[in-house]
Design a protein around this ligand. Sequence first.
Ligand SMILES: Cc1cc2nc3c(=O)[nH]c(=O)nc-3n(C[C@H](O)[C@H](O)[C@H](O)COP(=O)(O)O)c2cc1C
Length: 313
Amino acid sequence: MTVLAPSQVDMATSLAGFVAPNPVFTASGCAAAGRELAQFFDVAALGGVVTKSVMLAPRSGRPTPRMAETPSGMLNSIGLQGPGIDAFVADDLPWLLARGARAVVSIAGTSIDEYVALARALRGRPGVAMIEVNISCPNVADRGQVFACDPWAAARVIGAVREKAAPTVPVFAKLSADVTDIVAVARAVVQAGADGLSMVNTLLGMVIDPVTMRPALAGITGGLSGPAIRPVAVRCVWQVHQAMPEVPILGMGGIRTGLDALEFVLAGASAVSVGTAVFGDPGAPVRVLGELSAALAERGFDRVADAVGYAHR
Ligand SMILES: Cc1cc2nc3c(=O)[nH]c(=O)nc-3n(C[C@H](O)[C@H](O)[C@H](O)COP(=O)(O)O)c2cc1C
């Protein structure tokens, strides 16, 4: 086996027609629209910047406290705080485009109509490399049932977005691991037109403060992220890649190092997102990228694409 220098590894990756120069992205909600990270590194150095899920109208998110520490992770109930799609399109998207970053725009809604309106608002906008559809939102028309937990509801959202989005822009469905059979949801959204899958979103969790003897978060439950969820996320990527090896996956959940990222690639992810790790180490995405290319070189891979799904062989 020839050991290559990390710089000799071809890190380019293809996500349903969107070719990124490398497979390391930010994770939605952990770096807003990239501005906070720009003081630490060049956002164009990443494969892409996945923006915080944007909704139609501006929102202030949930009441505080909305973060709690957990063993090897954190619990958040930020809610979908943000400027709304008009401000996003006017300010954030041009900022990313001007820096040469590839924007993966995450959208979220509480009804199919809202998702459709968001997809329409993004159609034809320069700088949108991909749309990631966050379906871990309560469906107001179905007693707050989360879209991502119901294959039929998830498929309806994705089908509607795929129809309205520009045909050249890949649409990725972001799945939740809080389901009995993630492959069933993955199949449903792919049949409805998803070009790829992002997995996984935070897992539903809860912390009770032993001092107050009450839930630690004002929102009672929250989303668990960080290394604590990594084995669950790797399992989800593995199962879906096994069932549908042709569908590109953007994998995430507790990635802190290049070896963590490698695990996702070997399980079947064509690219990865780094989320919670940036709160402790804002430079984590670029560090992970360097470590991943070194890890691939050490293992004799001259292209990251050759390592995708390798653990299945
Ligand atoms: C504070 C915080 C906010 C998040 N906001 C969003 C969001 O707006 N949309 C979304 O799809 N995922 C959101 N996520 C989930 C992450 O994108 C990611 O799927 C999850 O945290 C697992 O990756 P990680 O362990 O690297 O953070 C958020 C996660 C955190 C910790």
